[in-house]
Design a protein around this ligand. Structure first.
Ligand SMILES: [Zn+2]
Length: 400
């Protein structure tokens, strides 16, 4: 297979030679109409696959009739309660709704994702088992990393620490966590089991932290200190980290320096109702920042569609990005940086790398982020898996 007359994100024009599912060579574009079995892209832009660094495949209600949000208050704890009601009324297994979401995100060009999966003493490992089925079913289409996520807290839900440990034994890839002070009211009581299990099992950690202000910063510092002490530098993430966006700049800078030193990355989805971390400041201080969808059509949020170009636009909108280099940062958050955090080997369009591409009509990378054009093609290992936002019949049939 050859993709003729492709424009790469840096603006360079190439013919891309594909063999055995990998990029055999990046040749100078001939500029002539493609002959033989080559696919002539006529100057369309070829992007690397999009990466969703934070999704909840087990929570989505995608494909089901509309479910109104049932939270009676605006706190995280209110939303946890509301989700219990939605969960109790659910009649379709998470493996089906999760599969609906995987098909939708793959059609929009996401080929790698990190999904948190709820674990507590009522659910046990049920949601993990459901999403493990989804991972197996779509393993030739997308990579799915799974975080064992204690959505109900660890101390508030006795027995959860043992379940988290069992989750890793059964196939989850990382330990999650949730507002050690805001939900469990005990910083060490929450973080001790997470880091003990992570260290013993040799896995990374990805903690949801909504707690804001200086209290939130203290928790971020505690997580960073533990990342270093446990030898987990480069394997720890704080998701959301609203606190970084709600404190004076000098405190955010000092915290950024600690995050960089301890190799703790920050995930942001471009929150609608909370302070967004200062992405450029963090990056300037050497912190890896990356993006994710977070909630999509579930008990937490009615919004979201899993389109990571649209997510890059929303992150840029919330961060007040305007210039092309700022839009490039938003794009990096949903591609290169997210791939780095997920440990995706050889992500990007380079000779020898996987022949995974997303083709769009855009005159520049910045335009692709601002306009988020339809995906003309999604190509996985040299095979077209989606066209104009619709999965091919072959890709749709995965696991059936
Ligand atoms: Zn989340």
């Amino acid at each position: 297979m050859r993709l003729a007359n492709a424009t790469l994100p840096d603006g360079s024009k190439h013919d891309i030679e594909v063999s055995g599912g990998r990029i055999a060579a990046l040749l100078p574009a001939s500029g002539k109409p493609a002959a033989g079995d080559a696919l002539d892209l006529a100057g369309a832009m070829v992007l690397p696959p999009l990466v969703d660094g934070h999704i909840h495949l087990d929570k989505t209600l995608l494909g089901l009739p509309w479910v109104p949000n049932q939270a009676t208050g605006n706190r995280v704890a209110d939303r946890i309660e509301a989700e219990r009601k939605v969960r109790a009324a659910r009649s379709v297994p998470e493996s089906e709704t999760g599969a609906n979401l995987v098909r939708q995100v793959a059609a929009s060009g996401t080929l790698h994702m990190r999904s948190h999966v709820d674990i507590d003493n009522q659910l046990g490992l049920r949601n993990l088992h459901e999403i493990l089925k989804v991972r197996e079913r779509f393993r030739d289409l997308v990579t799915i990393q799974i975080v064992a996520f204690p959505q109900s807290g660890i101390l508030r839900s006795p027995g959860t620490a043992d379940l988290l440990d069992a989750a890793i034994a059964e196939g989850a890839d990382l330990l999650g966590g949730l507002d050690p002070v805001g939900i469990d009211g005990d910083l060490d009581g929450h973080l001790d089991p997470i880091f003990a299990i992570a260290q013993r099992r040799g896995v990374g950690v990805d903690i949801h932290l909504h707690d804001g202000g200086e209290g939130g910063i203290a928790q971020i510092r505690a997580i960073a200190d533990r990342a270093k002490a446990s030898g987990l530098q480069g394997k720890v993430v704080v998701s959301h980290a609203f606190a970084l966006g709600s404190v004076p700049t000098d405190l955010a800078e000092r915290t950024a320096d600690l995050l960089a030193e301890t190799g703790v990355a920050i995930m942001s989805h471009g929150p609608g109702g909370a302070a967004i971390p200062p992405l450029k400041l963090l990056r300037e201080h050497g912190v890896v920042v990356f993006g994710g969808s977070d909630n999509i059509r579930d008990a937490w949020s009615p919004f979201g569609n899993g389109d990571m170009l649209e997510r890059a636009m929303m992150i840029g909108y919330r961060a007040n990005f305007r210039h092309d280099e700022e839009l490039a940062l938003a794009f990096d958050m949903v591609t290169t940086s997210a791939a780095k955090v997920l440990g995706i080997a050889s992500h990007g369009i380079t000779a020898g790398g996987p022949a995974d591409f997303v083709v769009v009509e855009a005159g520049s990378l910045a335009e692709a982020v601002a306009v988020r054009p339809p995906r003309k093609l999604v190509i996985k290992a040299g095979q077209i898996v989606a066209q104009n936002g619709v999965l091919t019949a072959e890709a749709t049939s995965f696991g059936r």
